[in-house]
Design a protein around this ligand. Structure first.
Ligand SMILES: [Fe+2]
Length: 393
């Protein structure tokens, strides 16, 4: 008997972006599919769609069970069962009460802010998720007056991944269970491009297309990026725990506050991640500029195939070097701030996108999200490309 397929009801609709207001070039909504049970034929179409559109917003998934969200994400990374940070006790300690775990599905994290409904998916304890506050994380936060006027920031711009030991997830996923409500906020970009602003809904996730970041580089930058690699710190998030972020959340203000490497939890040199600056899509070889601006510890700069490698390990220099590659896209016209509707499952190509939480006032109410991401089964530099794909675009 043939396997029943949901292909006949599947509708993938590209997001419409007004070119007068934005230069965003990605995203699609997906309707007519129940992600609790996806047949292989439908999954093959969805996998290609994630790579093509970079961000898929599956509508009407309020009944998606955490175990099935995990099973769906797992199909992008066959064989992987590890939450992207593994069972790192240090990560769970740092997360503290800013997250919780679904009983029986440890790879599904509850994130956001506010009271989790009692008994939610079998949670025994009364869980309150603490709100993240950019004033504790950014070196130069917004003033009380600006916050009162509805200004906000990206908290920490990143791609998901432990950046130590475990390969970064192929896709990220976020199910909106409860979302904040209220008037739109003004997202500010305070960086070397000047102060930019964009109106967003409270609780939006900010997304950037790292393929677009690549296209915005100069020819010279691309040539260097193709040949250079970045080494990330061991237990990178513990390493930066006492540092402060730049005002657009993309980098760290260098003040010597990183934890000395010999004072971190035990680590092994063989588990350090040294990764290319450019990662290529397994769909069609599209290059993406993939830099984690906060956790980089060293850059091996090689400006052409024949150039000698120059190692940058002064953190101020490392950050300035990487920031020059990130800055061209860190403007309001390139961000898509997804206004999560309850029941939306956002699934994005984590190896080709950057994202950030945006802060919202407590008065907007709770934000309860189910996050599932898994360390991929191979590092991006080892991803086998389909035959015929040209890597050097
Ligand atoms: Fe994330």
């Amino acid at each position: 008997m043939p396997v029943p397929t949901q292909l006949h009801s599947l509708r993938i609709t590209p997001l419409v972006h007004d070119p007068k207001e934005t230069k965003v070039d990605f995203g699609a909504t997906v309707e007519g599919v129940d992600l609790n049970d996806v047949d292989p034929e439908t999954f093959a179409v969805l996998r290609d769609a994630v790579l093509k559109y970079r961000l898929l917003v599956f509508k009407g998934q309020a009944k998606l069970h955490p175990a099935n969200q995990l099973a769906f994400v797992q199909r992008f990374s066959p064989g992987s069962t590890n939450f992207s940070h593994g069972l790192d006790p240090d990560y769970l300690k740092r997360r503290g009460n800013s997250g919780a775990t679904i009983p029986g599905v440890p790879q599904c994290q509850i994130l956001g802010f506010g009271q989790v409904p009692p008994g939610h998916h079998g949670l025994k304890e009364d869980v309150f998720i603490a709100r993240q506050d950019h004033r504790k994380m950014h070196k130069t936060p917004l003033s009380d007056e600006e916050l009162e006027q509805g200004y906000t920031r990206m908290m920490q711009l990143h791609f998901d991944g432990a950046l130590y030991g475990i390969p970064p997830p192929f896709v990220g996923s976020l199910l909106a269970v409860h979302t904040p409500k209220g008037n739109d906020l003004t997202l500010t970009f305070d960086n070397e491009n000047g102060r930019g602003e964009k109106r967003i809904a409270p609780g939006s996730t900010a997304y950037f297309n790292a393929a677009q970041a690549w296209r915005l580089l100069t020819d010279e930058q691309r040539e260097t990026a193709r040949h250079s690699t970045v080494t990330y710190a061991p237990h990178a998030f513990s390493w930066i725990a006492s540092t402060k972020f730049t005002s657009d959340g993309s980098s760290i203000v260098t003040e010597g506050k990183e934890v000395p490497l010999d004072e971190l939890p035990p680590w092994e040199a063989s588990k350090l991640k040294t990764m290319p600056m450019v990662w290529y899509s397994p769909l069609d070889g599209t290059p993406s500029l993939m830099i984690h601006g906060q956790c980089a510890m060293r850059v091996h700069v090689k400006r052409s195939a024949d150039d000698e490698v120059k190692v940058l390990d002064d953190l101020g220099e490392v950050r300035a070097f990487l920031q020059a590659y990130q800055l061209p896209i860190l403007r309001p016209e390139y961000v898509y701030a997804h206004n999560h509707q309850e029941g939306d499952l956002a699934v994005w190509y984590n190896q080709g996108m950057w994202h950030s939480i945006t802060e919202f006032p407590e008065r907007c109410g709770r934000r309860i999200m189910h996050q599932v991401n898994l360390g991929h089964n191979v590092d991006p530099d080892l991803v086998p490309l389909d035959a015929g794909v040209v890597r050097q675009l």
